[in-house]
Design a protein around this ligand. Structure first.
Ligand code: AMP
Length: 214
């Protein structure tokens, strides 16, 4: 039976970086709701503007809209076997919706927590930069690009700092994580589907742990 790998961790814990590595090295598709919403907000429609405002403030998009995009995306052929959910589910309602989706798709759920202490998260979020072309994630402190402020793969592209990585939105996102997403750890733990990884180590060490678990 194939599985849905759910990466859970606070903003800045490294879910995106690790999910991208898993996709690159193991060919397991990375489904990032954050990336899909960032793509969606570029359109010029009332819904896109609403998504943009919600994200910029660090708030969560509605459960139903989020479920819709996850369901649509995972219906594609590349998700027939295992796939990774990066940033989903984030609420109890989403976790329940994912149970339905998993049974419809005949898959099991494996949840993995990437654990990083709060002080470290703040530093990571303020130092985070990314390439708007390929999505590569850098950090000015821990994973700088070869050349200041430009992507290693797209030297013509200046790196961007996410609009929601400012101090105020970061506070809201961390509070939302504590209130809405953290309880999901217990939910998966109780059903014996949770594993935990120490996310404070070197990127490659974290990846090696993940690789073994999956
Ligand atoms: P991320 O890139 O995972 O940090 O997500 C960026 C933003 O996208 C979040 O702060 C939310 O506004 C929105 N978002 C991403 N995933 C979800 C989700 N599962 N539920 C609701 N909103 C989400």
């Amino acid at each position: 039976m194939s599985k849905i790998i759910v990466l859970i961790g606070a903003p800045g814990a490294g879910k995106g970086t690790q999910a991208r590595l898993l996709e690159e090295k193991r060919g397991i598709p990375q489904i990032s709701t954050g990336d899909m919403f960032r793509e969606m907000k570029k359109a010029d429609t009332p819904l896109a503007r609403e998504v943009q405002e919600t994200m910029a403030a660090g708030n969560l998009i509605s459960d139903d809209l989020t479920y819709k995009i996850v369901k649509e995306r995972t219906a594609r052929a590349d998700c027939q076997n295992d796939y990774i959910l990066d940033g989903y589910p984030r609420t109890a309602v989403q976790a329940a919706q994912l149970e339905d989706l998993a049974s419809e798709q005949n898959k099991t759920i494996q949840a993995i927590e990437i654990d990083v202490p709060r002080a470290e998260l703040l530093k990571r979020l303020t130092g985070r930069r990314s390439c708007s072309v390929c999505g590569e994630i850098y950090n000015i402190y821990s994973k700088p690009p070869k050349q200041d402020n430009v992507c290693d793969f797209h030297p013509e592209t200046t790196l961007t700092h996410r609009a929601d990585d400012n101090e105020e939105s970061v506070g809201t996102r961390l509070a939302n994580y504590d209130e809405q997403t953290k309880p999901l750890l217990e939910y998966y733990e109780k059903s014996g589907r949770l594993e935990k990884i120490d996310g404070t180590r070197e990127l490659q060490q974290i990846y090696a742990d993940l690789d073994k678990l999956i």
